[in-house]
Design a protein around this ligand. Sequence first.
Ligand code: IMP
Ligand code: MG
Length: 175
Amino acid sequence: MSGHVERILITSEQIQKRIRELAAEIERDYPEGPLYIVSVLKGAFIFVADLARAITRPSVRIEFMAISTYGQQKTSSGQVKVTRDLDVNIEGHDVLIVEDIIDSGVTLSYLKRLLEQRNPKSLAIATLLDKPERRVQPVDVKYIGFQIPDEFVVGYGLDFAEDYRNLSDIRVLSS
Ligand code: IMP
Ligand code: MG
């Protein structure tokens, strides 16, 4: 592994507390179901698992997509590719895209445009982390877990070259 883990930025307790708050907001905003959660693999897999379990109503359906932008680098290639598409029709449904982190905004603005073309009843975004300083493309994000400074973070699903996803807290990676 290149790079080493430097320090904890957000503890697992802080993450879990914030997820309970986000789940309460989502329950308030979507009183009637079903709510289609579209999770972006791989980085969001732990967040979506915890968030979905914290939402007790309405009925929640969990779907996965995979998108690649970064390859093995820390900086965005700016190229977005759908490597696994949805296998359900979201037309006429409330859809919540769940992401791990929004950085340049390239991935999410692409994904939002793509899913909007499929005529959902509503389409919103929830992200665990937001690095606002890095934004290149503006994206309207309805639920944000934490705003963080411009540092490369790993853990809780987020990787560097596929490592560190299993950490239960979020750490700053120094190289
Ligand atoms: P964006 O298209 O630049 O907004 O990048 C979004 C994607 O880049 C995320 O879904 C992550 O996979 C990856 N990414 C951005 N910043 C980080 C980071 O600090 N750690 C790990 N992955 C990151
Ligand atoms: Mg990633």
